[in-house]
Design a protein around this ligand. Sequence first.
Ligand code: COA
Length: 382
Amino acid sequence: MKIGIHDLEVATTHYVLDLDTLAERHGIDPKKFSIGLGQDAFSMPAPDEDIVTMAAEAADTLLARHDVSKIRQVLFATESSVDQSKAAGVYLHELLGLPANVRSVELKQACYSGTAALQMAVNAIARTPEEQILVITSDVARYALDTGGEPTQGAGAVAMLVTANPNLVEIEPGSGFHTSDVNDFWRPNDSTTPYVDGQLSLDAYLTATTAAWDDLAARRDLSIDDVDKFLHHQPFTKMARKQLAALAEHTGHELSDELIEESMSYNRALGNTYTASLYFALTAQLHNNADLAGKRLGFFSYGSGAVAEFFTGVVQENYRDHIYPEHVAKQLENRVELTYDEYRTLHSDFAATSETYTTQPTTHAPFRLSGVTEFQRRYEAQ
Ligand code: COA
């Protein structure tokens, strides 16, 4: 029985900052961002947006095409959680009218946990193939002002429906894993921005993903040449190129950039979306490539701290009949461009934790955070 990603949808934020604007005000050559990091812009939430509103929008569009009564679990992966106790996915039940007889839980391990959620979903469907599982990856990547990470901020969500006999991608059994205790990136409970050792995080990413490939290669009869396209977690898109080059050197196989080129267009425009980044890479590859039917995708998932997984999936025959690139184009086009000063103000006003009302509603998003009263987040459809 085939099990995998049956359908998916994405969402991002109201605002966008063009990296040329940041470069100009910081006196940096814009090519450092566009070529050096491979990034053009980043999404930024309005005060009434967060991981829940993005997730709700992506899932709402997705579920309009499906029977929600078949959903038995909501697995919500994020590293920018809005509460230390309540799972973000629980808010979706009220907003989206999801059934009450559903398991709903949040998963965390930096940018990796979306992959854990996907694999948990695949394993659960193997036992109860008539059921469906909603997997959500949603994050706001927010770094401190005037730091190396600042140009790699971003925000976005990918909602995926995991089922038997999927329309898009069958997830194949057998992953490679790698876990090592490394302090490359972490966010203590009392900090709204992460601490990051930039260079260490690049090294940890390359070490962990290569080790995950080795683990898979030792367990499955699979050569690097059996993979038709590679998808990466992309904290910035240049990272995918760096990983592919490291993998080529490690395996002694020539691996051309054509293997990843079509997977980077959305991440270039969105910035880092943490847990969602790998699944934006998948979305871009499916949207940009008309010749993927029957092809094997190799997924490199990485979360600082650090956990990596390499797994594979096979694109299904009629996948082109089940993709909606125009929805992503609309998400990107609808964003309102920020000036540098607006961006700085918005960045400083972040973190509605106590009594707050968001008075300037964004208009084109279907859900918003209306405010925080008595320390409770209030969401509404609009
Ligand atoms: N034109 C073209 N490229 C340029 C350039 C220019 N004018 N100026 C610099 N570059 C290139 C550099 O050569 C470098 O490329 P390389 O890594 O391929 O050699 C790249 O731009 C970045 O320059 P660098 O000086 O290393 O940038 P930085 O010190 O500002 O930090 C990061 C880069 C990635 C470490 C920083 O953005 C960061 O901390 N990001 C967050 C952490 C992260 O995303 N980690 C990834 C693992 S999850």
